[in-house]
Design a protein around this ligand. Sequence first.
Ligand code: NAD
Length: 390
Amino acid sequence: MINGERTISRPLRWGMIGGGRTGQVGYKHRTGALRDGTYQLLAGAFDLDAERGRDFGTKLGVAADRCYATYQELIAGEAGRPDGLEVVSIATPNFTHYEINKACLEAGLHVICEKPLFFTVAECEEIEKLANENGLIVGVTYGFTGHPLVHQMAAMVNKGMLGDIRIVDMQYTHGFNAGDDVGAGEAVRWRTNPKTAGPTFVLGDIGTHLYYLSEIVLPHMKIEKLLCDRKAFIPTRAPLEDHATVLMHYDNGARGRLWVSSVDAGNMGSQRYRFVGSKASVEWSDSRPDQLIYEVQGEPNRTLHHGMPYLEEESLAVDRMGALHTEGLGDSWSNIYLWIAQAIDAKNRGDEAFLKTHHYPGISAGTEGVRWLENCVRSADAGSAWVDFK
Ligand code: NAD
């Protein structure tokens, strides 16, 4: 169980680029980072609007002279200080990720970046090389993948409790873009423009969460082929999609399907996962994150609750709240930030043996998400044809 006891020798000197007052995801980063004494928020270039960013930063407790107008000023200003930053989180729109990652890594800063990491796998590979050459960690924040019941599913699959995995069924949908974009705010405008969002809208925005979570639960299974059908129900969003269905063939013969949509009218937002094996199935949804449905063929169905001693040790080890209290998204983000802090600490100490066995969403998690998106787009653009996964 995680109880807030510090697991690295001192807090990391941490800053943020983006995630300002009006940003959607910034507070989730701070919720994750500032929980276990592993990060100290010391500087930021929080906002495109420099004045608003400075005002916001000081209200977060950051010194005014360390609230910078741009990320370039942040890098230059912090480089000159004996107590300068060592790790930066990037919570800005997708099209800025690559250039900000590159600049931070060149300046010797570890990076924690939002998904989708970059536009292309080639960019991911270039950034991975740069990080490796400079001895730095790149972490990626897939929100719910630190939840104890996600790790319960992974442990059950790993221990053969479901038998051979046959079917993967996933959904992440909401209805918040069911109407058109007239008068839409900044976060919708950049998400629906290929110049700022990249080659996808909902596939990258929410589909990558499904894909990475399935990689955690099914690390032994690789996609061999996929077929993606995507559509913009609101025509102004084309060529980007606001709805997509993906079919997947895995190398063990399993079949997968998922759908992602932001035009699922009336749906307030839900991700749902069902992994079906030859003996049993598990099903988990973020609308009831404390519960895992475990169904064994021929037996009464069971509902497993987080934090209970009957769970696997892999799940109990990352539980924070204990069984009596609900555990959710903020707790999951804290686990992700903790694991990345432990990776940065090990990298700083040159402890490669620790890094070999330590689980955290690193650059390969970001790269595989972008690779999956590239394959989806290739399939969709070929008229929803089956394509070999490469
Ligand atoms: P947003 O438009 O709501 O907020 C972006 C923030 O970044 C704003 O504060 C803006 O002023 C600031 N900003 C933009 N460009 C900047 C720059 N060059 N320098 C400094 N600050 C800058 O966007 P959002 O919804 O918060 O999304 C940001 C990123 O987070 C995207 O990549 C998105 O895909 C991702 N995201 C991830 C999750 C998750 O669960 N992991 C959830 C939401 C968004």
